[in-house]
Design a protein around this ligand. Structure first.
Ligand SMILES: Cc1cc2nc3c(=O)[nH]c(=O)nc-3n(C[C@H](O)[C@H](O)[C@H](O)COP(=O)(O)OP(=O)(O)OC[C@H]3O[C@@H](n4cnc5c(N)ncnc54)[C@H](O)[C@@H]3O)c2cc1C
Length: 421
């Protein structure tokens, strides 16, 4: 904790939470010449940012505003002002102006050119320093009280911080080891805000099949999923899934997990079929197999399968198809070939549930939108109190939308708090 911080100082703005939302709020407010203190329970900023995008940080997306708004579903419209005020290009310009180049990848996902989330955190840390934001680490906010237009922030250990405005940017209630323990929800609720039910969003799914454990870590990059429920088939786009020791994760699973969890309330299990070769019709696949079997007649089927599948998937695949992998390719019958094609086009799994909130990428639910003014992020209940980031109700699919939400709402909250008379 900084020795410079004295308990009788009254800051213009106290920002609680040093994630994407809180750091951006503090940076913006300090750029507007306000005296800002950042209160963070960890010993440094950006613990969660460091694990985003598998350590590469997918910080935003190149999509237009309307797509962003659609991605947040029912909560999307609330974010319009925040996005208009500070959107993806502004964020990219911000990082570029601080010397961090970015690159866009498939589906418009934007990453630092270094492929390192640390680059993002380093820029934010530098800006906090340049803006002379006082930074309190290992400082957990327990309670906020407001008296005579001044907020008293009670910090664990007995310290009291005083501020004219407060920005609560304490994140959600997932991946608690990163610091987002959900304590901000209780603090907001104590001040009279409604907290909509917290639910996991973007969460890995569990499957019944025991053999999935042997596939742990295998990533399938270009597959299409079909979920079967309510006597209908629900198709996804082509994308990536990753097998885990309990089931499946990866963008395609995470992005569909919200719908699937809703359906799992009505059904005990849901059938999932993976099209391992969505770019090929069954007839095209058969032609390729025939050609390969002809050219490698003496080679075992399981060896030829290496041209089609990751090594560790082959045994499970052949087991499901019911075809003996030690057979020479030339001995594979038409019936067996058709059985292989059927599994290529519909590799089956049974979804039984989802991991808990703690293991979700994002927490859906939070401070109710009706309690926040979307033009400023200020509480409609306590003037001078602002919200930013994941603490606010709502969540989007993967692709950089959630971090942009945190940066945009953080920027707007910092600006509004700084401009408040
Ligand atoms: C594994 C994983 C990968 C992800 N990948 C991506 C991705 O690539 N792209 C994307 O857009 N989104 C991604 N997300 C989601 C994204 O990380 C979050 O939406 C975003 O970080 C939320 O930012 P925030 O500032 O609101 O909250 P957080 O980053 O959670 O920050 C909140 C901060 O508040 C502090 N805090 C909490 N309570 C207190 C308290 N009482 N007192 C003091 N400090 C407190 C915490 O220590 C924490 O530092 C990912 C999430 C996870 C878990």
């Amino acid at each position: 904790m900084s020795d410079e911080v004295r308990s009788y100082d009254v800051y213009d703005i106290a920002v609680v939470g040093g994630g994407a939302a809180g750091t951006m709020a503090a940076i913006r407010a300090s750029a507007l010449k306000k005296r800002v203190v950042l209160i963070e329970s960890n010993d440094s900023i950006g613990k969660k940012i460091l694990i985003t995008g598998k350590g590469r940080c997918n910080l935003t997306n190149t999509a237009p505003i309307d797509v962003f708004i659609e991605k947040f579903g029912r909560q999307g419209k609330f974010l319009r002002s925040a996005f208009f005020n500070f959107f993806n290009e502004d964020l990219i310009d911000f990082f570029r102006s601080k010397g961090m180049e970015v690159k866009a990848e498939r589906q418009g996902r934007v990453f630092p050119a270094t492929d390192k989330a640390r680059s993002v955190v380093e820029v934010l840390a530098r800006c906090l320093k340049e803006g002379k934001v006082e930074q309190l680490y290992n400082a957990t906010l327990l309670k906020i009280k407001k008296k005579d237009d001044i907020f008293d922030l009670e910090i664990e250990g007995g310290r009291l911080i005083k501020a004219k405005n407060v920005i609560l940017a304490t994140g959600g209630a997932s991946y608690k080891a990163t610091g987002s323990t959900g304590s901000g929800f209780r603090i907001a609720a104590d001040l009279g805000h409604e907290i909509t039910p917290l639910k996991p969003a973007l969460v890995p799914l569990k499957v019944r099949e025991e053999w999935v454990k042997s596939l742990q870590g295998i990533a399938l990059e270009n597959v299409r999923l079909t979920f079967e429920y309510d006597k209908k088939r629900h198709f996804t786009d082509v994308g990536e899934i990753i097998f885990t020791h309990f089931g499946a994760s990866g963008p395609l699973i995470l992005d569909n997990s919200g719908d699937i969890m809703a359906v799992l309330g009505r059904h005990k299990e849901i059938r999932l079929l993976i099209d391992l070769k969505p770019g090929l019709r069954s007839s095209q696949l058969e032609e390729r197999l025939l050609r390969d079997f002809r050219e490698n007649g003496k080679v075992s089927l399981k060896s030829v399968m290496k041209n089609y599948l990751p090594q560790r998937l082959i045994a499970v695949f052949l087991d499901i198809a019911g075809v003996n992998g030690t057979k020479a390719s030339s001995q594979i019958t038409q019936k067996e070939r058709r059985a292989l094609i059927a599994v290529f086009k519909a590799f089956p799994l049974t979804i039984t549930g989802a991991l808990p909130l703690e293991d979700a990428m994002v927490t859906a639910g939070g401070v109710a939108l009706r309690d926040i003014d979307p033009r400023t992020m200020e509480s409609r209940i306590i003037p001078g109190l602002y919200f930013a980031g994941e603490i606010i109700d709502g969540a989007a699919s993967s692709g950089g939308y959630n971090l942009q939400q945190a940066f945009s709402t953080g920027y707007l909250a910092g600006q509004s708090a700084a401009e408040r008379q």
